[in-house]
Design a protein around this ligand. Structure first.
Ligand SMILES: *[C@@H]1O[C@H](CO)[C@@H](O)[C@H](O)[C@H]1NC(C)=O
Ligand SMILES: *[C@@H]1O[C@H](CO)[C@@H](O)[C@H](O)[C@H]1NC(C)=O
Ligand SMILES: *[C@@H]1O[C@H](CO)[C@@H](O)[C@H](O)[C@H]1NC(C)=O
Ligand SMILES: *[C@@H]1O[C@H](CO)[C@@H](O)[C@H](O)[C@H]1NC(C)=O
Length: 335
């Protein structure tokens, strides 16, 4: 009789609390997540974070299949979500197995890039994009040696780019575009492990010359557009590179375009508009096979546009207009 009662009790316990036995979530991780939810003032996007359920089943979370430790915290919205407000929660630093941390499209997420992120040495992906996070890009990020993607686009970040970021030897993609960053592109960037990450720095207030050391790198994508960079950019060119996208438009760059060569197989996008680039357009450009986007308008170029390749077939006068004395198709004939 007693045994039957115990069995019955146990059965009802099983029925009433199905998760208690099957919960995979690590209790420390769960505690940290619930603190995170509280620190963000219980936003609607985290409504599924119910303390009575297994946190490995919550939205925005991924657990490791074997250890069940939290490996990803990706809080994202497809439309700007103003329900979430406050700072990046300090408790994100208490998820030691995190490999992926992401906040996307929260205009009312403010304050600094949380210093406790320095503890997350397993991070491979750090994406804080389209928020109002402000202050400087902290140099402690250079200690996160496993980082592959560092995307801090579309925020309210100010100050200079920390030179120490070049110590991130696993970095594949660095996006710091659409902030209010000032100062130069660090000279140290030339010492990124070869071939170097894609570097997207557009829509900031970066100034000074592009470091000559960047010529040693060979990333697939470079976008320095809409800054105040001046002087030479010819180190970014070369026939042996594998560049696909090179956009340095809307700067104050000034160099002799006649002297550069191009990666003829890889280059698909070359935008140089609104600079002070001089010389003429090299014939080598007619040999670039897959050029899909090209713009040298608003510069100080001169001479006859080379005929052939994609240069007339694909691009009209608006790719060439407002130069010093460029001429020939698709512009009016040379005199
Ligand atoms: C904001 O919260 C309300 C409920 O409070 C919800 O209906 C709405 O979808 C949320 N907005 C977004 C963008 O998630
Ligand atoms: C930052 O906040 C301002 C006003 O509070 C808003 O207009 C802007 O869209 C926000 N930026 C982002 C990227 O969400
Ligand atoms: C953006 O940062 C500036 C300081 O650099 C600050 O005054 C402003 O309030 C911030 N904007 C938002 C919406 O947080
Ligand atoms: C080139 O850039 C100029 C200036 O921004 C723009 O007016 C023009 O439409 C662009 N042309 C092409 C072909 O993209």
């Amino acid at each position: 009789m007693e045994t039957i009662l115990i069995v019955l009790c146990f059965l009802s316990f099983l029925l009433l609390s199905p998760i208690a036995l099957s919960e995979k979530c690590n209790p420390q991780d769960k505690k940290a997540l619930l603190r995170i939810k509280k620190e963000l003032n219980n936003p609607y996007v985290l409504a599924s974070w119910d303390p009575h359920t297994d946190c490995c089943e919550w939205y925005c979370i991924e657990c490791d299949e074997k250890t069940h430790r939290i490996t990803a915290l990706t809080i994202q919205s497809s439309v700007p979500d103003t329900n979430l407000s406050g700072h990046i929660p300090p408790s994100v630093g208490d998820l030691p197995y995190l490999e992926n941390l992401e906040f996307h499209k929260f205009p009312r997420l403010t304050g600094p890039i949380q210093p406790t992120i320095a503890k997350l040495t397993n991070l491979k992906y750090l994406l804080i994009t389209w928020t109002n996070v402000s202050g400087p890009i902290p140099s402690f990020l250079s200690q996160l040696k496993n980082l592959q993607l560092l995307h801090l686009s579309f925020n309210n970040l100010t100050g200079p780019i920390p030179p120490s970021l070049s110590q991130l030897s696993n970095l594949l993609s660095l996006k710091l575009d659409r902030n209010k960053l000032t100062g130069p592109i660090p000279d140290s960037f030339g010492s990124f492990k070869k071939p170097g990450p894609d570097i997207i720095l557009s829509h900031n207030q970066l100034s000074g010359p592009i470091p000559a050391s960047l010529g040693q790198l060979d990333p697939e994508r470079i976008d320095f557009s809409r800054n105040k960079l001046e002087g030479d950019a010819s180190m970014l060119f070369g026939s042996k590179k594998r560049t696909q996208i090179l956009d340095v438009s809307r700067n104050l760059l000034s160099f002799d375009f006649s002297k550069v060569d191009f990666p003829k197989q890889s280059l698909i996008w070359l935008d140089l508009n609104h600079n002070k680039i001089y010389g003429n357009i090299p014939v080598a450009l007619t040999k670039v096979e897959n050029l899909q986007q090209f713009n040298v308008s608003y510069n100080s170029l001169c001479g006859k546009i080379p005929q052939g390749g994609e240069l007339q077939k694909r691009f009209d006068e608006y790719a060439y207009f407002h130069n010093k004395c460029l001429c020939g198709p698709p512009l009016p004939p040379c005199k």
